[in-house]
Design a protein around this ligand. Structure first.
Ligand SMILES: [Fe+2]
Length: 270
């Protein structure tokens, strides 16, 4: 854990100072545009959900439980066919550099970070988050790509990484900004959250505002407009970065964990 965090200490300057992604820059406009499709109750729900998301974006976590009624579970999305069938030699949270290589991956470097929380806003520590995505040439680290015509992998891109959340529920990755690939016009980063060998959530992160989202089958299948919001992150240019880096904040809210379910069923049997 400390090793993971140490590797990313160089990011602290923007992790603390960079403005955190918000999807509520102009909530009134958003509300007006969808008002025709929502009932009054729906709008109230949207409003409370938006308050929740504002709270998330602003990082108001000082009082766990304050937003207990409003924490929305991050929706699950398909794993897709490209979870690595053979893990890379290096599986750390820096996907740009493999082991001690001096050649970085091709692509727009992106610092992806966030927190994993329960529905009461409590940080969830010691959870494993894995991410995987295609490289800047639209090729996944997967044997199914080996025979694909024109698929020439960027050998310097790790393609997959892992991180264990700290006591604040935080995770961090250095990766590339995702790009579209044939069949998936919406750039996305796949992720999976595990506790031990139990899988708690599998989903995808999309780029908020990307034109490909509404042409993408997986994005569109998620029909609930708020659920869609909960799968998107703002990818913002890092101020004064000489190499054009981006940062993206993405908080993840889990439903009840298997532990909680087990406890509940045990108490019910007593
Ligand atoms: Fe994918």
């Amino acid at each position: 854990m400390s090793e993971q965090l140490d590797r990313f200490q160089f990011l602290d300057h923007f992790a603390s100072s960079h403005s955190i992604a918000t999807n509520t820059d102009n909530p009134q406009n958003t509300k007006n545009s969808i008002a025709g499709n929502l009932s009054r109750k729906g709008l109230q729900l949207l409003s409370s959900r938006r308050r929740f998301m504002t709270a998330l974006s602003a990082g108001f976590f000082l009082t766990p439980g304050l937003f207990a009624e409003e924490l929305m579970k991050t929706p699950a999305l398909t794993e897709g066919p490209f979870y690595p069938d053979k893990l890379p030699l290096d599986t750390d949270n820096d996907l740009i550099i493999i082991k001690d290589s001096t050649t970085p991956a091709v692509g727009e470097i992106t610092h992806l970070s966030g927190r994993i929380l329960d529905r009461n806003g409590n940080p969830l520590k010691d959870l494993l988050i894995e991410i995987w995505q295609c490289d800047a040439k639209a090729v996944y680290l997967h044997s199914a790509e080996n025979g694909r015509e024109g698929a020439k992998r960027d050998k310097n891109f790790q393609g997959f990484g892992r991180f264990t959340t700290n006591t604040k529920g935080e995770y961090r990755f250095r990766t590339i900004k995702p790009i579209p690939y044939p069949g998936r016009p919406a750039p996305h980063i796949h992720y999976k959250i595990k506790k031990g060998d139990r899988e708690l959530l599998t989903s995808q992160i999309f780029i908020r505002g990307h034109a490909g989202n509404l042409r993408d089958g997986i994005f569109r299948d998620n029909r609930d407009i708020i659920d869609r919001e909960l799968t998107m992150a703002d990818f913002k240019p890092v101020k004064d970065s000489k190499i054009g880096e981006f940062s993206a904040r993405f908080d993840i809210v889990l439903g009840r964990t298997p532990d909680e379910r087990e406890l509940k069923s045990k108490s019910a049997r007593r």
